[in-house]
Design a protein around this ligand. Structure first.
Ligand code: ADP
Length: 166
């Protein structure tokens, strides 16, 4: 598919409605997005890479060819170039996101001036939604069904049931 392509990187452990909103709004600007899962050996994710890929694919199945799900390690700017993109898309929630994102965007710019970082502000309803807080609530039996796609809600229950039984 030709046209404007952006990379949307993150951990997506797991994907939430906040992430989905950024993807859907991103597709109003770009023809195609690559949802790119960063393989970070320093983080211990709850879901395996394969599980995260499956959940994202299912949650975004309606977007068809407009969304590709992929994973990468190493430098994000190098990955973007390999994919033929010069845009990194990120979402912004609270002020706490800003500092981190600002630092990362400046570093990425230093590493490759041709790659631009662009940010979409979260929708207010997803302001407090993060994968971390969702995992915490779900681990304690909380109902997070309004914050995640149904496939994720189901997988969270399954995962914490498994953990409890081991
Ligand atoms: P990372 O570990 O790189 O922060 P995440 O999966 O937590 O990865 O997030 C990926 C991107 O999505 C980041 O830009 C993050 O700010 C954004 N994001 C996460 N949750 C939301 C949300 N509720 N609303 C808008 N953007 C979000």
């Amino acid at each position: 598919m030709n046209g404007r392509l952006a990379i949307y990187p993150g951990s997506f452990d797991p994907i939430t409605n906040g992430h989905l909103s950024i993807v859907r709004r991103g597709l109003k600007i770009f023809d195609k997005l690559v949802v790119a899962i960063l393989i970070n050996p320093q983080k211990r994710p709850l879901f395996t890479l394969g599980e995260r890929i499956c959940m994202i694919k299912e949650a975004l199945s309606r977007e068809g060819d407009h969304v590709e799900v992929d994973s990468f390690d190493g430098l994000l700017v190098d990955y973007a170039v390999r994919k033929g993109s010069n845009v990194i898309l990120r979402g912004l929630r609270a002020l706490s996101d800003f500092e981190n994102e600002f630092q990362m965007a400046l570093m990425n710019r230093k590493l490759n001036r041709n790659v631009q970082s662009i940010f979409l502000m979260t929708e207010y309803k997803w302001f407090y939604t993060s994968s971390t807080i969702i995992k915490e609530a779900a681990s304690l039996g909380g109902d997070v069904s309004s914050l995640v796609p149904s496939v994720v809600n189901h997988k969270l229950k399954e995962k914490f049931r498994q953990i409890k039984n081991t």
